[in-house]
Design a binder for this molecule. Structure first.
Ligand SMILES: [Zn+2]
Length: 271
C-alpha cells in the first residue's frame, strides 16, 4: 500500500514536470509560428524581424522579449499573444492525449505549420508558395509514415482534383456573372492557393480521409460565410466584396479534425 502510494506520488511529480516541459515547448513552437508569419510575407523567406506597423527593423532582443516597438511605440499585435496562449494550450493537450499514429512531436510540428498558413491567410488573404512547398515536403514525409506512399499520393491527387474542380467552377461562375452584369468585380471565392493547400492536405490525410477532411473544411467555411452574410445583412452592410473569406483556415480545420481527433471518423462510420 505504501509502495503503491509512493509510485503514485512519483508519477504525479513526473507528469507535473512533463506539463511544464510541454508548456515551454508549446511556447517556443508558437514563437516560431509568430516569427514565420511575421517575416515570410515580406520576402518569401524568413528574415530579420520588423515592426508590423512602422515597418522599421527590430533588434532580436526587442522582438524575442515581445517588447513594444522602440520607434513608433506600438505594442505587439493581439495575434502574437493569442498564438502564444493557443500554442501552450495545444501543446499541453497533445502531450496529455497524443493523437494516435501521429504522436506528440510530429503533431506539434504540423500544428506549427498549420498556424503559419492560417495566420498568413487571415492577415494577407493568400497562401504563400513557400508554405505550399514546405507543406508538400512535410506532407510527403508524414503521409508516407502514416499511411504508405500509395495512399499518400492518391490523397494528394484527390485534394488537387476536387479543389481544382471547385476552382474551375468558381472561375466559370465569375465569368458568367461578369457577362450578365457587364462588370467584372474580380471577386474570386476560391484561389489557386486553396487548390495547392488541398493537395498538401491530401498528402497528409491520404486516401480516402482527404474526402472527409475537405467535407468538414467546406462545411465549416460555408457555415461561417453564411453567419457572416446574415450578420452583415442584419447590419444592412451587405456588399459582395465584404463577404470574401479566406478558405485556407477552414480547409486546415477539416484536416485538423481528422488528424487530431480521429474519433470523428468512428462517429461518422457509426462504429
Ligand atoms: Zn514600429
Amino acid at each position: 500500500m505504501i509502495r503503491r502510494n509512493r509510485a503514485i506520488a512519483r508519477i504525479g511529480i513526473i507528469s507535473y514536470m512533463d506539463l511544464i516541459f510541454a508548456g515551454i515547448i508549446g511556447f517556443f513552437a508558437a514563437m516560431l509560428a509568430n516569427y514565420l508569419a511575421d517575416t515570410l510575407p515580406r520576402g518569401e523567406r524568413p528574415g530579420r524581424p520588423h515592426c508590423l506597423d512602422c515597418e522599421r527593423e527590430l533588434t532580436w532582443q526587442n522582438y524575442l522579449t515581445l517588447a513594444a516597438c522602440p520607434h513608433c511605440h506600438k505594442r505587439r499585435s493581439w495575434r502574437t499573444f493569442l498564438t502564444l496562449g493557443l500554442g501552450i494550450a495545444l501543446s499541453l493537450w497533445l502531450w496529455s492525449a497524443p493523437p494516435p499514429k501521429l504522436g506528440y512531436w510530429p503533431g506539434l510540428l504540423l500544428l506549427t505549420y498549420f498556424a503559419v498558413v492560417v495566420i498568413i491567410d487571415f492577415e494577407h488573404r493568400y497562401i504563400m508558395m513557400t508554405t505550399v512547398l514546405a507543406g508538400a515536403m512535410l506532407g510527403l514525409i508524414l503521409g508516407i509514415f502514416l499511411h504508405g506512399w500509395v495512399n499518400t499520393l492518391l490523397g494528394g491527387l484527390t485534394g488537387l482534383g476536387v479543389m481544382g474542380a471547385f476552382y474551375l467552377l468558381g472561375l466559370w461562375f465569375a465569368r458568367y456573372r461578369a457577362r450578365k452584369r457587364g462588370i467584372d468585380d474580380g471577386e474570386e471565392a476560391l484561389g489557386l492557393g486553396d487548390v495547392y493547400l488541398s493537395t498538401v492536405l491530401g498528402l497528409l490525410l491520404g486516401w480516402p480521409h482527404i474526402l472527409y477532411g475537405l467535407f468538414f473544411g467546406v462545411l465549416a467555411g460555408g457555415l461561417v460565410s453564411l453567419l457572416l452574410i446574415l450578420g452583415l445583412a442584419l447590419m444592412k452592410r451587405y456588399q459582395a466584396m465584404t463577404v470574401f473569406t479566406a478558405y485556407g483556415p477552414y480547409l486546415i480545420f477539416g484536416a485538423f479534425l481528422i488528424l487530431y481527433t480521429p474519433q470523428v471518423l468512428t462517429i461518422l462510420s457509426g462504429r
